[in-house]
Ligand binder design. Structure first.
Ligand SMILES: Nc1nc2c(ncn2[C@@H]2O[C@H](COP(=O)(O)OP(=O)(O)OP(=O)(O)O)[C@@H](O)[C@H]2O)c(=O)[nH]1
Ligand SMILES: [Mg+2]
Length: 164
């Protein structure tokens, strides 16, 4: 069986655990329990030609980038970068964590998620900003772990990128 390690990277409380829970178990909770260390989940994804097991490493969020344990990324073949669309500063955190991971282990496929898209009235990310990332060829998704919007799309996209 083909297995691929994927790491969820992003700041504190952006929704990494909630996205994994939505994708793996199809549930959402608004209770916030911060992740301590690492939680690992598995989900099989059926692609057109084969099935891949994604081993999802849900890492504790960091706002203090200095305490990020980059060693947790060892062996990963893809990254899910998560920003909170209602807190613009979390974008820089996600991008910095990607730089740290790639500096250590080399470039790898990633998707960029702006999560909490259900909170439209508090949204802080402009369409033009998102357009700029897409022009670079990045795969960008506006997700909601609450409604489930685009969550499967994002993980399936990454699954196909890491099996290419
Ligand atoms: N409205 C809304 N709330 C969300 C969404 N995703 C997560 N949340 C809430 O945001 C809070 C943080 O979610 P978590 O999934 O624990 O975030 P995390 O990134 O795993 O946090 P750490 O483990 O501390 O880094 C919780 O109260 C969630 O219920 C979303 O898409 N929409
Ligand atoms: Mg968490």
């Amino acid at each position: 069986m083909l297995q691929k390690k994927i790491c969820m990277l992003g700041g504190f409380s952006v929704g990494k655990t909630s996205l994994v829970r939505r994708f793996v178990q199809s549930i959402f909770s608004d209770t916030y329990l911060t992740t301590v260390g690492v939680k690992i989940d598995k989900k099989s994804v059926a692609l057109p030609n084969r099935t891949v097991d994604l081993i999802l490493w849900d890492l504790a969020g960091e706002d203090d980038i200095g305490s990020f344990r980059v060693s947790n990324v060892r062996g990963a073949t893809g990254l899910v970068l998560v920003a909170d669309g209602t807190r613009a500063a979390t974008l820089a955190v996600a991008l910095t964590l990607r730089e740290r991971a790639e500096a250590e282990f080399g470039a790898m496929p990633f998707v960029l998620l702006f999560n909490k898209s259900d909170l439209g009235d508090r949204w802080q990310i402009s369409d033009s900003e998102i357009g700029e990332f897409r022009q670079r060829g990045w795969q960008v998704y506006l997700t909601s772990a609450l409604s489930g919007e685009h969550v499967d799309d994002a993980f399936h996209q990454l699954a196909s990128m890491v099996t290419e």
